[in-house]
Design a protein around this ligand. Sequence first.
Ligand code: RIB
Ligand code: CA
Length: 310
Amino acid sequence: MKFIIDTDPGTDDAVAILIALAHFSDEEILALTTVAGNVNVDVGTRNALRILEHSGRNNIPVYKGEAVPLNRDLLTAEWVHGTDGLNGVGFPDPSKSEEATGAVDYITQLLQKSEEKITICILGPMTNIGKVLDSNPELAKNIEQIIFMGGGAGFGNHTPVAEFNILVDPEAAKIVLNSGVKLVMMGLDVTHQAISTKERLSKILDTGTLTGEHCVALMGSLADLDIVKEKFPDGTPVHDAFVTAYLVDSSLTSGELTNVEVEVDSELTLGQTVVDTNQISGRSKNVYWMNKVDDEKLFNIITKTASLLP
Ligand code: RIB
Ligand code: CA
């Protein structure tokens, strides 16, 4: 399997990327592509490089992506992830830079040239992939599947109905949802079911690696937010980890093929993913909407990640 990780690192993005690095080779992880979201794309790009530096995986290239959404001003979440995007967790300075080619051009060329279909993991706003598919809709046939963290059926985390990744760039999400690509949705419906409890964090710390310390610090930093404490007194969700953990073990989650659309016009419900959970819309079943998770399995994968990386 060959895949790319499109990301806005981001504390939970960092955990997701570490999971991939621990379980897949440089031949399988073709690249990290960055996008503006949690933080601006320069900060996110540097963080992608820092995570690779920490892991000793500088052979994996990083391509800097879009700095703003397709049709809107950028909305960021430094209040969650800190101005450095990793809440001050001590990843090293990078010893290399991102590639000269931009992410959209790289992904376009990769899909045009690759002999085998490519899997795309999206951990942030869909701006890069939306732009690729808007300009070259025929490239959808060269994508094996898109596994994305985003959306939710009936509730949001940035507005009452919108999840952050989709809200930042709803137009890009609309392009991806209508692309015809096999889509696997890791929405808030599953990510809120897996909590980084003290017991789980302590198991990760017991691996004795710096990666274990970093994972605990990344998740702990989110748990320390007052707004998180109120809703998740026992720990925090690790949203993006679902995407790469699913690549490791697809039995992590289960769900159903149904229709998912996104609101791009209404001020009140902008960015809402409308999930046809009762299959009554008659619209095409375009998304594998995940709604069940083996949460213990997720944290076992994170613990194994900590034991396998430095
Ligand atoms: O809503 C959670 C998502 O928004 C995660 O991807 C997190 O990293 C932020 O990008
Ligand atoms: Ca993210």
